[in-house]
Design a protein around this ligand. Sequence first.
Ligand SMILES: [Zn+2]
Length: 88
Amino acid sequence: MTVLPYNRTNPPLDPPAQCRNRLMWQVSRRLFGDHQPGPDGWCQVCRPYQYYPCVGRQLADIGMEAAHLVPDGSPWRLINVSPRNQRR
Ligand SMILES: [Zn+2]
């Protein structure tokens, strides 16, 4: 398992400093906040169809992790440009 710079059970609202894709983090963090377990163990949004962790929560976890990774070929890959190669 990858060591991530945040608590998986209580991720911060703002993207951590190591985050590579702020939009991915913000969408995933919002999804995380929406899909929380109720006292009976069912997701409060997905009840009565999915027990917690539901698909929404699982996607949120994957998205927050993906916001820190830069897999080759992904459409959200950020290209680091060295200062001497930047256009002025
Ligand atoms: Zn849910």
